[in-house]
Write a protein that binds this ligand. Structure first.
Ligand code: ADP
Ligand code: MG
Length: 337
């Protein structure tokens, strides 16, 4: 630990009391009592590694519940591993705590970490703890395992593949707008749904590994579907055509879109979905629904990969929506014309 807090939060006690219990299930963590952790890689498997940072005021509100901040931190990383078809098993945490963070907050934070470690089968195998004059900053590295050569990459899509996405589109982006006071008249149950989707992503960790060997390409949608699918397309040297009418929407999103069709832009470009977009050869597409059902995840076929570069979103008549200019007025033929 460096630049450690000098107040009542003794750093070694903090690690021993709050974090070491989360390391118990992993012998190589050495109880968080040594300089580093040890990791064996089982024969025939590869490690899949990812890291995501979250900064107060950027990725969450500083007064969000501490346990939910911890759980979101874990989940955004688990989502990356799921998108590669990997089984997550370990995490490392680098935490920069502002001086104002007290023991109560830290206890709740560790409780949240512990809950999701249990739920996702993870051990906390190490990290670093510092104090900062700046905002609360958390960085998590997550470790997953996948069979040698089985990871699902962004670059593997083929022309004609069916494009699928899990879950529903854009709820977290709407949740953020809702928390900023945009949807005052939204019924409370729908607002709660959106808030939850922003606060607590649901990584598709069960389905992800089952897509290995079936999906040609996959990626975690965290920065907006159009942008992220654009990355997958570029990596695969292809493009994609998406049908707006087949995009999976929650009741809350439908409710809001009925009032304001222009919100489609927020759904398509808003971040924090933590769903998986993946491509499957047409001959295997009919297997996906049952696979997803078994994994307790919904999926929707939303379009096709094509040779023409770029991501095009089409309306019900096959006309491309000019997302930047038209205010998405073709989303529903009777609206906004
Ligand atoms: P060093 O001074 O060598 O960096 P530290 O005192 O930072 O060692 O860490 C001691 C042990 O505690 C190490 O095993 C480290 O991985 C672990 N550790 C420190 N901070 C965290 C944390 N935030 N989460 C998990 N493990 C941590
Ligand atoms: Mg250290």
């Amino acid at each position: 630990m460096s630049g450690a807090p000098s107040d009542d939060r003794d750093e070694f006690a903090l690690i021993a009391r709050l974090f070491a219990p989360l390391a118990q299930s992993y012998p190589g963590a050495l109880g968080l009592g040594d300089d580093a952790a040890l990791m064996d890689v089982p024969a025939g498997q590869q490690l899949v590694l990812t890291m995501d940072s979250m900064v107060a005021g950027v990725h969450f509100f500083a007064d969000d519940p501490a346990d939910l901040i911890a759980r979101k931190l874990i989940r955004v990383n688990v989502s990356d591993l799921a998108a590669k078809g990997a089984h997550p098993f370990a995490i490392m945490l680098s935490a920069a705590f502002p001086h104002a963070v007290g023991m109560d907050w830290l206890r709740r934070f560790a409780d949240g970490l512990g809950q999701d470690c249990r739920d996702y089968g993870l051990a906390l195998i190490g990290g670093d703890t510092v104090s900062t004059p700046g905002p609360l900053t958390l960085t998590l590295t997550a470790f997953g395992r996948v069979g040698q050569g089985q990871a699902i990459l962004r670059s593997g899509a083929k022309d004609g593949d069916v494009v699928f996405m899990t879950g529903t589109l854009g709820d977290a982006a709407l949740g953020l707008l809702s928390r900023q006071g945009r949807f005052d008249r939204l019924p409370p149950s729908l607002r709660d749904h959106l808030d939850q989707r922003y606060l607590l992503p649901q990584p598709r960790h069960v389905l992800g590994p089952r897509l290995a060997g079936l999906a040609h390409a996959a990626m975690d949608v965290s920065d907006g579907l159009v942008q992220d699918l654009g990355h997958l397309c570029r990596q695969s040297g292809l493009g994609a055509v998406i049908r707006a009418q087949d995009l999976p929407l929650s009741d809350a999103a439908r409710h809001l879109l009925a009032d304001d069709p222009g919100l489609l832009s927020n759904l398509l470009s808003g971040g924090d979905d933590y769903e998986i977009v993946f491509t499957v050869p047409p001959e295997h597409a009919d297997k996906i629904a049952r696979l997803a059902d078994d994994a307790g995840t919904s999926v929707a076929a939303i379009g096709r990969m094509c040779s023409q570069a770029g991501v095009v979103v089409q309306d019900g008549q096959g006309r491309p929506l000019d997302l930047a200019l038209t205010g998405w007025r073709h989303f529903n033929d009777t609206r906004g014309k």
